[in-house]
Design a protein. Structure first.
Length: 314
C-alpha cells in the first residue's frame, strides 16, 4: 500500500555491517566441515559448500546482500535450478544456511534492527498503513517489526538481504496474515515495487442520517477502487478498513458543511501565524496530505484518497 523508496547507499552500508558477521561464520563452518555437535551434527555437502565458498568473495556476497527488489526473483530462480534443497526447511542444506544467515547474523546482537529501520525512514506499516511499526519489548525497549518478504524459513540465504527486509506491523507480520507465506504464490508485490496508484480508496454511502451522521459508522462502507487481490486476501485489508468507516464519515461531514473552504480562509488570514498550503491541507484533512508523507501516520492513504474525492484537498 505504501511504496518504499529504494536506498542503494543505505543498502551498501548494510552490506558493510553484515559482511564480517557472515564471512567469519562461513569461514568457520567451512573449516570445520559441519555445524552443531554430536549427535545432531550436520555435515556440509558439496552444493552448499560451493555456494558458501563463493560468498567469501566480497563482490558475490555484496550482490546477494544489496540485490535490488526486482532482482530477488532471478536469484531465487537460479538457485532453484542448482540447489533446490536450499528451499526445503527440513533439509540439512537449509539448516546450514539458517545457522549462518539467521542465527549468526540476523539474530546477532550486532545487527541493530532499530537502526536498520531508521535508515529506511518509515513509521507506519507499508502493507496496511494502519499501524506503526514499533512496539515495546518485554524489557521496555523500542523494537521494530521486520517482515522477510521472502520468508527466512524457505529462503534463508535472503535473511539479511537489504531489500528483502520490510518494516511491518505486528498485525500484518503475525498469525493469520503473511506469516511464512510464499509471496509469489499469494500474488504479493514487494512494497519497493508498488506503484502509487496500485491502491485507491473510495466509499459507498449505505444509509447516512445527515441529522446525526456520526451516530452509526456502518452507514458508510470503505471500498477499494484499485487494489492488488493478493494483498487484500493475505492482509485482510477489506475487512480491517471496514472498521475505519467512521473516519470517512467525518470527512464527508466536513465536505458537506463547507468546512474546508471556510477553515482555509481562516488559516490564510490568521494574524501572527503563517501556514503553507500543505500545512493547511494537513489541518483540514486531519492527517498528512502529501503522497510522500503517507508513511508518517496511520490511515494517511485513506484520508488522502477520500479527501481528494470529496474536494477537501486537491
Amino acid at each position: 500500500m505504501i511504496k518504499l523508496q529504494q536506498k542503494d547507499i543505505e543498502a551498501e552500508k548494510h552490506f558493510v555491517l553484515v559482511k564480517g558477521l557472515l564471512q567469519d561464520r562461513i569461514r568457520n563452518v567451512i573449516r570445520l566441515g559441519y555445524i552443531g555437535r554430536n549427535p545432531n551434527r550436520i555435515n556440509i555437502g558439496a552444493g552448499v559448500g560451493n555456494f558458501l565458498s563463493n560468498l567469501l568473495i566480497d563482490a558475490n556476497l555484496k550482490s546477494l546482500i544489496t540485490a535490488r527488489p526486482d532482482s530477488l526473483k532471478g536469484i531465487i530462480a537460479a538457485l532453484k535450478n542448482t540447489n533446490l534443497n536450499f528451499f526445503v526447511a527440513s533439509h540439512d542444506d537449509n539448516s546450514i544456511l539458517r545457522n549462518i544467515f539467521i542465527d549468526h547474523c540476523y539474530d546477532h546482537s550486532l545487527f541493530d534492527k532499530l537502526n536498520f529501520i531508521m535508515q529506511i525512514s518509515i513509521d507506519t506499516c507499508p502493507y496496511c498503513n494502519r499501524n506503526y511499526i514499533y512496539y515495546l519489548s518485554k524489557t521496555s525497549q523500542i523494537k521494530p517489526q521486520i517482515d522477510h518478504f521472502y520468508p527466512k524459513s524457505s529462503y534463508p540465504f535472503l535473511a539479511v538481504s537489504f531489500y528483502n527486509l520490510i518494516p511491518s506491523c505486528q498485525t500484518c507480520n503475525g498469525f493469520g496474515a503473511k506469516e511464512e507465506k510464499n509471496p509469489d504464490a499469494e500474488g504479493l508485490v514487494s512494497p519497493y515495487l508498488l506503484e502509487s496508484d496500485n491502491f485507491k480508496f473510495t466509499y459507498k454511502i449505505r444509509s447516512i442520517n445527515f441529522l446525526n451522521p456520526l451516530l452509526d459508522k456502518t452507514s458508510v462502507q470503505v471500498k477499494f477502487r484499485n487494489q492488488i487481490p493478493g494483498h487484500l486476501n493475505v492482509f485482510k485489508l477489506g475487512a480491517l478498513y471496514e472498521q475505519h468507516s467512521d473516519h470517512v464519515i467525518e470527512l464527508i461531514v466536513k465536505s458537506k458543511v463547507q468546512y474546508s473552504t471556510e477553515y482555509r480562509k481562516f488559516l490564510n488570514t490568521y494574524k501572527g501565524l503563517k501556514f503553507s498550503d500543505n500545512e493547511i491541507d494537513r489541518m483540514i484533512l486531519g492527517n498528512y496530505s502529501k503522497e510522500e508523507e503517507i508513511h508518517k501516520r496511520p490511515l494517511a492513504k485513506l484520508y488522502q484518497d477520500i479527501g481528494k474525492q470529496l474536494g477537501l484537498i486537491s
